[in-house]
Design a protein. Sequence first.
Length: 256
Amino acid sequence: MAFILGIVDGTGPYSDTEYATSMANSFCKQTDRQCGMSSQYWRGPAAAGMDVLGTARSVRDWIVEKRRTRSDADVMLMGYSRGASIVIMTAEYLNELNVPVHSLWLFDAVARHVYTGGEVIPANVAYSRHAVRTDDAEMIRRYEGSIGVGQNPMRPSFGHTGMTAVRTPNGDHQHRVFRGSHGALGGVGWGNVEEDPACQREIAGWMNRCFQARGLPVTLTAVDPPAAPITPRPPPLRAATPTEPLYPGGVRRPLY
């Protein structure tokens, strides 16, 4: 089966060298390595996310150019985190050009940017599969502050996007929820989240079956994150109320 696949990974370090190291085992990067000349990989945005729109347009332009010589190839898109919102934007741009999207692969899409779009899967997408992190309150509570003061690997403040699609008679759109951190959903889990190794294996298995069904010759591998202990948190100063500090130094616990 002939295909062309645009891939946008998740947010990471501003330095391209540091980014390449940290995302070397991501599901998006694994896919790109296995697809050769049929795919093009874009690193995800830096923390500010101001390059979201430009990346979406770059992916669109690459697909349009590839189709000039490979008009028989099915168009596929893949993204993780904000990169997933970017490829939804790309699908929207392609919809304006009447270009069909054969398959859309999303890993925990989040729309943490200031731009319009990138949230609803457009009508030109025939098939999508979306791996989504859990919003389990107990997991969120357990890992609060475990990667730094006020930081949570479950990323409850990120929300979700790409959970709905424009209805069409033949559209096939599904999402599945997995118990792991936001990092695990992209294949780059946290060493201190005990659920992440199993979560990554479950996602890889599910996506591999979906890839096979759609003719994408990719086999994802779950690479366990380096082991790391949960960062100890200081005990409460006293019984806290929602308006009182919970940790020394006046750090307030977020209200989930």
